[in-house]
Design a binder for this molecule. Structure first.
Ligand code: HEC
Ligand code: HEC
Length: 450
């Protein structure tokens, strides 16, 4: 025994104590944190979740498959990971002083479904977050109106408004301050949720490209619940470092239907001539120029650009969020002002309809033919095969001739996308307009392969 060389002893012993390869990677730890931690206290009691059907107009008894009815009502999806029987986006969390209740997590908005399959990191394009918060509060007996509009149109939300609203309650060290400061809150940006798998290519993030895409603390804005103070932010930072590693490890799902390869090859040539200067090239040796295009040039709806303005930027830049050492910005800043919107990478673009930052264009065909974009429409807000438009690539819609009846409940009216409303313009991005139908079809075929 004593003759055994030390190295062999180590080789024999170490694997038993600490099995090689089983140490979780930072990305694996990040996934675990993301899908298993309540970073904010709960908003509602369990009872509210169980009895909220009483708030649903015309429903007189609890639906038989209640979990499915709940998901349908609010546009939520089954979790593709163990979630204690709760729908993706909800999780148990401490509530009140001692109890537990139900809270929300990142996947409420960043967990979506396409062709009936749920994915972490696909934006949730069916969510009515306004109805969810309003009706669950009512089920808890809290009649107060929400402080601002959380969603104007189903599938979009006012996440930028959340950031602006919540930072208004904080001192630079993130302790609460006595009085709310209006940092330019607006609630008409109608943001579609970007896919997380694009983060790996991006050097700057958010629609305007204003923030360093390797900033960890920016992701923690979601934690600004009034019961979270500086202590909670500091404690959660290592977990968020792992969460970011997880986000940049994600890959898009593959287009599951047949692709016409020769047509796609032709489309690639057209894409390289017409689109690559902004959207980059794909395949193993991909390139991504990370370009921001000015509002004047891109011509898409300006509200999102205006929603996060100078007052907010100044407050943010002086806060704990902006005091981290990281980054790709040469001047050492985590935040910058940009003149417009960032041209995103198009990986997995087939799965992320509707398109443009405000979700105003339901299909890729519409993105590439501005004159053919529908102006007033609704859709099923389901994500199955029959809801998916394989020809135009995106969601099937039903065109409407007039605005919704004002007598309809708000949850029904929010199912209508009216591009004449503030924040919902479908104008701009006319780069595909001059392609003939054949080239346009070829480009769409190519986009399916990304
Ligand atoms: C209420 C819905 C909502 C919740 C909850 C939410 N997000 Fe987001 N997220 C958005 C929207 C909308 C955007 C696009 C913002 C913009 O630029 O206008 C976004 C953008 C992002 C981006 C930038 C993506 C890019 O490519 O530019 C990251 C990263 C991100 N969110 C991470 C998170 C994390 C992590 C959480 C949880 C801690 C979270 N989000 C919670 C709605 C949400
Ligand atoms: C001058 C730069 C530029 C050119 C050229 C360009 N785009 Fe874009 N593209 C953008 C910008 C910027 C956006 C984001 C606009 C917004 O959301 O308001 C965008 C958005 C898109 C989107 C929607 C992305 C999403 O997730 O919603 C698609 C699809 C797209 N472009 C495809 C193309 C194709 C295909 C071409 C070539 C025919 C092309 N683009 C040419 C700058 C460009």
């Amino acid at each position: 025994m004593s003759r055994l060389p030390v190295s062999l002893l180590v080789a024999l012993l170490v694997p038993a104590v600490c099995p090689a390869g089983e140490e979780p990677t930072p990305a694996e730890r990040g996934k675990k944190a993301l899908t298993g931690t309540a970073f904010i206290p709960g908003f509602w009691t369990d009872r509210a979740v169980q009895t909220v059907w009483r708030q649903w107009e015309g429903v007189t008894e609890k639906p038989a498959d209640y979990a499915a009815a709940f998901r349908d009502r609010y546009g939520l999806h089954e979790a593709p990971y163990p979630n204690g029987g709760l729908t993706m986006g909800l999780r148990p969390a401490r509530y009140g002083l001692l109890g537990t209740g139900i809270g929300a997590d990142c996947m409420l908005c960043h967990g979506g479904s396409v062709l009936g399959t749920s994915y972490i990191g696909l934006g949730n394009s069916t969510l009515d977050i306004h109805a969810l918060f309003e009706e669950l509060a009512r089920a808890d007996g809290i009649g107060r109106k929400l402080p601002f509009t959380f969603s104007n149109v189903r599938g979009t939300n006012e996440a930028d408004g959340f950031g602006v609203y919540l930072l208004g309650f904080r001192n630079p060290d993130l302790s609460l301050k006595g009085e709310w400061k209006n940092l330019g809150l607006r609630d008409d940006t109608c943001a579609d949720v970007p896919a997380w798998w694009l983060m790996k290519k991006k050097r700057t993030m958010y629609y305007t490209g204003a923030t360093d895409a390797r900033s960890v603390r920016s992701l923690m804005q979601f934690m600004m619940h009034p019961l979270n103070g500086p202590k909670e932010f500091h404690a959660a930072e290592p977990a968020f470092r792992d969460v970011l590693e997880y986000l940049v490890s994600l890959d898009p799902p593959k287009y599951p239907f047949p692709v016409d390869r020769p047509k796609a090859a032709k489309g690639e040539t057209v894409f390289k001539d017409t689109c690559a200067r902004c959207h980059g090239t794909y395949g193993e040796k991909w390139t991504y120029p990370n370009k921001v295009i000015s509002l004047d040039e891109i011509g898409t709806d300006p509200n999102r650009h205006r929603a996060v303005g100078v007052a907010y930027g100044a407050e943010y830049a002086s806060s704990w969020f902006a005091k981290e050492k990281t980054g790709w910005f040469v001047d050492g800043k985590l935040l910058r002002w940009t003149p417009g919107y960032q041209a995103p990478p198009l990986d997995g673009i087939w799965a992320t309809a509707p398109y443009l930052h405000n979700g105003s264009v339901p299909t890729l065909y519409g993105v590439l033919n501005s004159k053919a974009r529908p102006k007033l429409f609704t859709r099923s807000f389901k994500t199955g095969e029959k809801d998916y438009d394989q020809e135009r690539v995106g969601w099937k819609i039903t065109g409407l001739t007039g605005p919704p009846d004002p007598k309809l409940p708000a949850i029904e009216r929010r199912k209508v996308y009216d591009t004449s409303q503030s924040g919902r313009s479908n104008a701009g991005h006319t780069y595909g307009d001059d392609l003939g139908d054949e080239d346009r079809g070829a480009v769409i075929e190519y986009l399916k392969t990304l």
